[in-house]
Ligand binder design. Structure first.
Ligand code: ZN
Length: 317
């Protein structure tokens, strides 16, 4: 695949996580983290971060323009061992009471062996795929749409309406130009192949959006272009609680201190940095709970302003 090394996911469930802690409850987070699922609440909404697995990336692919010595220092500061970096693929389930919403579908049957576990992890939590009535796709990358279909090519969430940003849909279902990406041809082929396999089948149940809009009551799409053309973030609000699902707008906690170090996967670097800074500013100002798809699982925490940059405070730490 052109990317060295894959890691087996740690498949250990922790019984402590069975209850639903509230994000406004001080000290209410489980002290032992499950590596597969993490329940939390936002107002009246029951939410769950769900692991699809992990994948090992060369650190340079996340920080393509970082000076070597500064990157090595940043990796040491974050206690990241030299060599391929194990990165989670995390999805989200939200039960609003009215709707059962899945955000992103993981890598699905086309995943490397270390990922593609979302369906199994949903089932382990008693969430039947057929009970999901909305699937929101933040963007068309393989780790976010690969689970739209099952191994036989049938829709994995047969009763759901699938929601995606219109430009994003058109980009991936047209003739995507990936020349701006600094990734090898093999990886581009994986992107194209999985988009072709996983987007056309949802067409009959597709809802396209082209502006900031409420997808279901309490879940609002926020345009967050740059990582891809129509990359979409979400604001989830219930009662006084606000939760931001920022997907791949920020790929790694190191980007909070170095928001200009762009990932090789960003299609439009300048827009991506503007989006990154804008969403970090908003997350810090709102003191919102935030989830990033590729931060250490469950990817949940808060963003704090630190002079010109930001700092990540994961929950449970
Ligand atoms: Zn991703």
């Amino acid at each position: 695949m052109g990317i060295a090394g894959v890691l087996r996911p740690l498949l250990r469930r922790v019984a402590d996580c069975a209850r639903w802690p509230t994000c406004s409850e001080k000290g209410g987070w489980p002290t032992t983290m499950s590596t597969d699922s993490f329940p939390f609440t936002v107002g009246d909404f029951e939410c769950m971060a769900l692991s699809d697995g992990v994948f090992a990336y060369p650190p340079q692919s996340f920080f393509a323009n970082a000076p070597k010595d500064r990157l090595e220092q940043a990796l040491r500061d974050h206690r990241i061992q030299p060599g391929p970096m194990s990165v989670p693929w995390t999805c989200l389930f939200v039960n609003t009471g009215q709707h059962r919403v899945l955000v992103d579908t993981g890598g699905g049957p086309g995943s490397p062996p270390s990922a593609g576990n979302l369906l199994r992890n949903l089932q382990a939590e008693g969430i039947e795929a057929a009970s999901v009535d909305r699937v929101i796709l933040t963007h068309g990358h393989p780790d976010h749409i690969g689970g739209n279909t099952d191994a036989e090519g049938w829709l994995a969430f047969p009763n759901a309406r699938y929601v995606m940003w219109e430009e994003e849909w058109q980009f991936w279902t047209g003739e995507p130009n990936l020349s701006a990406l600094e990734v090898d041809e093999g990886f581009k082929q994986i992107m194209l192949t999985l988009a072709r396999a996983n987007l056309p089948p949802i067409q009959g149940q597709l809802e396209l959006i082209d502006r900031e809009t409420e997808i279901v009551p309490g879940i609002r799409a926020i345009p967050a272009p740059g990582h891809t053309l129509g990359h979409t973030a979400l604001a989830v609000c219930s009662g006084k609680d606000e939760f931001l699902y920022l997907a791949d707008a920020v790929l790694h906690p190191i980007h909070l201190q170095a928001p200009g170090w762009y990932p090789a996967f960003d299609l439009m670097r300048e827009e991506a940095e503007t989006t990154r800074r804008g969403l970090l500013r908003r997350a810090a100002a709102d003191r919102a709970l935030v989830l990033f798809s590729h931060f250490p699982f469950p990817g949940l925490g808060h963003v704090f302003k630190m002079e010109d940059t930001w700092q990540w405070q994961p929950i449970g730490s």
